[in-house]
Design a protein around this ligand. Structure first.
Ligand code: ARG
Length: 457
């Protein structure tokens, strides 16, 4: 079939060029957005009497049939028709001839591709947000059951102070809240209708852009046609939001991987969410967490690819911009694979409370609390820090913990230490004394969980 734009050409396109130039291989997934956009455009053309209303109705009806046919797998796309926009228009014209040829009045493909991508990104943002909410629900449930489950908190991956599983998991809950908010923000700037921008300089037809915006569920219309067909910021913002989301999943993955190592044994992954080794019979590997961590690099790659593609493009549309699709699609697909499997992996893993508690007992995680104990008895914090430092040093020499010291030994270090020191440095006390908003005490975490339960509804 000859090209829809073939009028001014004497030769047909080289086969290599058809293959190289064509995007139908990957942009066919935009078929629905393209058809819905065309239906709204046709309706508006009829309403404005730019084309006969009867024609617009036929176009609308036929486009709906094409949609059904595509979904039934009855349509084979044509590489020579380049992209999804021209494929659908070509099919339309093959069905209704001259009437179909009126659809593209006052519209360009630059218009169409900007519209389709926005519609697609909007839908996907909603889906990804729902998946994040699902993961948040899993974290919240585990936290509710583990308000008192103590584990060591780390800085520099060195034991620092005791916290709880609830405190640790709800930290990720907060990160995911920001991820959802970033996506929401991206959504706002994606929710602007570009259609009506023409190739770059809008159009002479009296299009009713507000009507189209309403038909397609856009908040508002773009205010500069040159910008609207050149803009892929919303794709970059999406990839940025997804990159940060993946960064969070990757950090969590890293902890999961550490925690199920033999050295930690803080958790045990469910058999259904682990894999074995082809040679070492004993192995149970955290492949899911590793692959989520690995895919993070790939999502960053997509962000970098699109930033680099857009970097020097003059206004307005340039064919380079066809390269936006694969990174955006790939990032969306991979994030949508990661989120549910990650949530299920977390949901099914076993928390080894005994191992976590053992871990929190070692490494002097209660040393700060011993210093705070002295402060409460009137010692200046800097002096208390020095006294406890010396006590810790002597314990290290003797290979014992702070709670293994006798009261006499404590008194030698500081005469003001009394019997109540042992309660003050117990892990439970260390956690529950941290009773300000943001802290790990059971009481505070309950409060925070209640706030976040409300946020999720
Ligand atoms: N396939 C193109 C893309 O993805 C659609 C827009 C093409 N416009 C053009 N004037 N060549 O960017």
């Amino acid at each position: 079939m000859s090209k829809l734009w073939g009028g001014r050409f004497q030769k047909s396109t080289d086969k290599l060029v058809d293959d190289f130039n064509s995007s139908i291989r990957f942009d066919q997934r935009l078929y629905k957005q393209d058809i819905l956009g065309s239906i709204a455009h046709a309706k508006m053309l009829g309403k404005q009497e730019i084309i006969p209303v009867a024609d617009s109705r036929i176009i609308e009806k036929t486009l709906k049939e094409i949609l059904t046919d595509i979904e039934a797998g009855k349509i084979e796309f044509d590489i020579a028709a380049e992209d999804i926009h021209m494929n659908i228009e070509q099919i339309l014209i093959s069905k209704i001839g001259d009437v179909g040829k009126r659809l593209h009045t006052g519209r360009s493909r630059n218009d169409q591709v900007a519209l389709d991508m926005r519609m697609y990104v909007k839908d996907e943002i909603k889906e990804i947000q729902d998946m994040i909410s699902n993961l948040q629900q899993v974290l919240l449930n585990i936290s509710k059951e583990n308000l008192e489950t103590i584990l060591p908190g780390y800085t520099h991956l060195q034991k620092a102070q005791p916290i709880t599983v609830a405190h640790h998991f709800m930290a990720y809950f907060e990160m995911l809240k920001r991820d959802k908010a970033r996506l929401e923000d991206t959504y706002k700037r994606t929710n602007i209708l570009p259609l009506g921008s023409g190739a770059l300089a809008a159009t002479t037809y009296p299009l009713d852009r507000e009507f189209v915006a309403q038909e397609l569920g856009f908040d508002t219309v773009s205010l500069n046609s040159l910008d609207a067909v050149s803009d892929r910021d919303f794709c970059i913002e999406l990839l940025n939001s997804l990159s940060i989301l993946m960064m969070h999943l990757s950090r969590f993955s890293e902890e999961i991987i550490l925690w199920c190592s033999h050295e930690f044994q803080f958790i045990e992954l469910d058999d259904a969410f682990s894999t074995g080794s082809s040679i070492m019979p004993q192995k149970k590997n955290p492949d899911i967490a590793e692959l989520v961590r690995g895919k993070t690099g790939r999502i960053y790659g997509s962000l970098m690819a699109l930033l680099a593609t857009m970097k020097s493009l003059p206004l307005a549309y340039n064919k380079d911009m066809q390269e936006d699709k694969e990174p955006v699609f790939d990032a969306i697909d991979n994030v949508k694979m990661c989120l549910p499997v990650f949530a299920d992996m977390i949901k099914t893993m076993k928390i080894r409370k005994d191992r976590m508690y053992e871990g929190a007992k070692g490494g002097f995680t209660n040393a700060t609390d011993l210093a705070d104990y002295l402060v409460k008895k009137g010692v200046a914090f800097r002096d208390a820090h020095a006294i406890v430092g010396k006590i810790v040093f002597s314990c290290i020499q003797r290979d014992i913990g702070l709670d293994d010291m006798t009261l006499d030994e404590y008194k030698q270090a500081s005469a003001i230490i009394e019997e109540d020191v042992f309660k003050a440095i117990s892990l439970e006390e260390c956690v529950n004394k941290r009773n300000i908003i943001g802290g790990p005490s059971g009481e505070m975490m309950e409060k925070v969980i209640r706030i976040n339960e409300e946020y999720l509804t």
